[in-house]
Design a protein around this ligand. Structure first.
Ligand code: AHR
Length: 342
């Protein structure tokens, strides 16, 4: 064998070795990028960050839709503005996500954007609050989403009213009503519950009603206004002053306002609230909040379970109502509070 042939063989052997090595390296490169490609893309249009409830809800979604669980979750915070949610959903459609999750700020106004999602073939899961479509539009609201999971807000309102009946009996009630975002299911259901109570009880009267947007700051401002206007005067004989606050954060604001004015929550004014977040439950034990109807924010695993059913080719239930309870001093302990997830 000549020197030239030897060199050519050596070169060919080296080339073959290089090809084998690079072939071995290729699958590794693919393996590094394929998990990202395999992740299920979920776009979540969240209402905002207005309350403890909402923060717990966002956290629950983040944990449930982690990359370890096989998901790539994009959350867009709408800052309580429905038009921001429409922009967010349009972006998810353009990105061709696998699933859209919508927590609607309010019930109305979804027909156009959800029809676009439907035309794009992207399943929409609605969480927490509900949507509704005006009958004049002739569109079946149920055709615009795949399934829903959330709370029965009317039942929450009824639960609060039943406690007020039982606790205050025939005494005259002077009620200050702090509403959530007008037009949201949480506001509508809880307000309907109170309206039914007002209708049924001649001894109940509504002194004030306005929206505090589910925020501490607005709740505080409203109750400061109410106190300035003399609508929560503890010296009026026989009157039981009640604040019916449609969420805990507004109740915290109300408590700040009462205390600054020298009024005692739980003695001069009774506070009924919704959500039953941890801070509020401590305020029940300290007597500042009298009753709190639970609204459970831990929807992440529930939404994931619905998506997993869809991915497995199954048909999940159209509506899933979450079981909820309510707390007063009579059924609450520190152990119960620390055993809860929020
Ligand atoms: O829709 C659920 C409501 O929204 C909660 O009661 C409130 O705290 C939140 O902002």
């Amino acid at each position: 064998m000549t020197g030239k042939i030897k060199k050519a063989r050596l070169f060919a052997a080296l080339l073959a070795l290089l090809l084998v090595l690079s072939a071995c390296a290729m699958p590794q490169k693919q393996a590094a990028s394929s998990p990202e490609e395999d992740l299920v893309m979920v776009g979540f249009s969240q209402v905002g960050a207005e309350s403890d409830w909402r923060l717990a809800n966002t956290q629950s979604m983040l944990s449930a839709f982690s990359a370890e669980n096989g998901y790539r979750l994009t959350i867009l915070d709408a800052n309580q503005e429905p038009r921001n949610q429409i922009t967010a959903i349009r972006r998810f459609i353009n990105e061709n996500v696998d699933y859209i999750v919508l927590a609607p700020t309010q019930e109305n106004g979804w027909e156009t954007i959800l029809s676009e999602a439907k035309d794009a073939g992207i399943p929409v899961i609605i969480v927490d609050r509900m949507i509704s479509i005006s009958p004049d539009l002739g569109i079946d609201a149920e055709s615009l989403f795949t399934c829903w999971v959330g709370s029965d807000f009317r039942r929450e309102g009824d639960t609060a009213v039943a406690w007020m009946e039982k606790t205050f009996g025939d005494k005259p009630l002077n009620i200050v009503h702090l509403q959530g975002n007008l037009g949201s299911s949480a506001q509508l259901g809880r307000t309907e519950g109170l309206d039914a109570g007002l209708e049924a009880h001649e001894n109940w009267s509504l002194a004030f009603r306005a929206s505090g947007d589910f925020t501490l700051a607005r709740g505080q401002e409203l109750v400061e206004e109410v106190i300035r206007d003399g609508l929560l005067d503890p010296s009026v004989p026989d009157a039981v002053n009640v604040i019916y606050s449609e969420n805990d954060n507004m109740a915290y604001g109300a408590i700040n306002a009462l205390k600054s004015a020298g009024l005692r929550p739980g003695e001069d004014v009774f506070i009924i609230s919704f959500d039953a977040a941890r801070t509020a439950l401590h305020m029940i034990l300290s007597g500042e909040i009298s009753y709190d109807v639970e609204c459970n924010p831990l929807h992440g695993p529930r939404v994931r379970a619905l998506i997993e059913q869809l991915r497995a080719g199954k048909t999940p239930p159209k509506y899933t109502f979450v079981e909820e309870t309510a707390f007063s001093k009579d059924n609450l302990t520190e152990e119960i509070i620390s055993s809860r997830g929020y």
